[in-house]
Design a protein around this ligand. Structure first.
Ligand code: PSU
Ligand code: MN
Length: 302
């Protein structure tokens, strides 16, 4: 049996050369609480359709790498939440061998998308270089995946819980283009701006699609990261968020939380501490990224 399954609608769209946008499942299981996670995941799929593209939510189902989870599967992933395996690149072979289900991170979703022939992927924020990485060495596999796998990822910037400066440097070292969409500075997930400049600015989806096409033509192995600022009305107060993030980091340290548990822990802490404001922002920035990803996917099919 093949270890890759492409949903029927996704397969047909790919055969016809229609725009397809990949979506991840860790953001559903580990990134948001139930039931908002399921509501968001389904609303995101609907938004992709409204935009004239085909959604392909990715994950591992009973050991099968799947591009195009069914509605039932999305509901199941959301309900199981953090009790489903969070699967990054290193975990994939084990999920397959043990025929287990797992929610895929940005890195592993990129792998599935690429195997399926999908070029564009929308998410909230990517994993990156953690604060204190100079002692912990905690750098998300998402960073290396962007250098290895030719999938374009639209996000709202690296998650604010990270060290943005080091994340940009790590991406630069690996030759990953970081594009600010209609922005000169790197958006910081919950906020539109940061004190960091992006190396490249693009003002239209077409411009981004053309450059990504050329990256593929040049035979570059890697992808591209598009950083799309959260819409103004949902942007949170940077100083307030920073205080909450510092508190959450202290708590994680005290509890000895590290490895793959740290990102979900911090996100949950932040959601609780902001009384759900950060969750609303998180949902809205995903919608915003999905719209841009659809435009880029359309640009690539022409
Ligand atoms: N962005 C969000 N919510 C999330 C994530 C990103 O808004 O839940 C997930 C993604 O799946 C990303 C992962 O790949 O967190 C990074 O985890 P780590 O730092 O353990 O690599
Ligand atoms: Mn990590």
């Amino acid at each position: 049996m093949s270890n890759l399954k492409i949903g029927k609608v996704v397969q047909e769209a790919l055969e016809k050369g229609l725009p397809v946008v990949a979506l991840e499942s860790t953001i559903i299981s580990h990134g948001m609480p139930y039931p908002q996670n399921v509501e968001t995941a389904l609303a995101v799929e609907e938004l992709v359709r409204q935009m004239g593209a085909v959604p392909a939510t990715c994950g591992v189902v009973d050991g099968v790498l799947t591009a195009g989870l069914t509605k039932e599967e999305i509901e199941q992933f959301g309900k199981i939440g953090k009790n489903i395996n969070k699967v990054s690149r290193r975990d994939l072979p084990f999920s397959v061998a043990k025929k287990e289900s797992g929610a895929t991170t940005v890195a592993s979703t990129m792998i599935i998308a690429h195997k399926a022939g999908i070029k564009v992927f929308a998410t909230g924020g990517i994993g990156g270089v953690h604060r204190g990485a100079e002692t912990t060495f905690d750098i998300s596999a998402d960073v290396d995946e962007l250098a290895k796998t030719p999938v374009l990822v639209v996000c709202a910037g690296p998650k604010a819980i990270l060290d943005l400066d080091k994340t940009l440097e790590a991406l630069e070292t690996r030759g990953v283009p970081v594009v600010g969409y209609q922005s000169d500075c790197l958006p910081a997930f919950y906020t539109r701006t940061s004190n960091l400049k992006v190396p490249i600015r693009c003002d239209s989806a077409k411009e981004i699609a053309d450059a990504f096409h050329q990256s593929n033509e040049l035979g570059f192995p890697g992808g591209m990261l598009v950083a799309n600022p959260i819409p103004e009305q949902y942007s949170l107060d940077g100083d307030k968020m920073e205080a909450i993030i510092l508190d959450a980091l202290k708590k994680a340290d005290k509890l000895g939380i590290k490895g793959k548990e740290i990102t979900p822990f911090l996100l949950e802490e932040i959601t609780n501490q902001t009384g759900g404001d950060s969750l609303e922002s998180n949902i809205q920035l995903v919608f915003n990224n999905v719209k841009l990803a659809c435009e880029i996917a359309k640009g690539l099919t022409k």
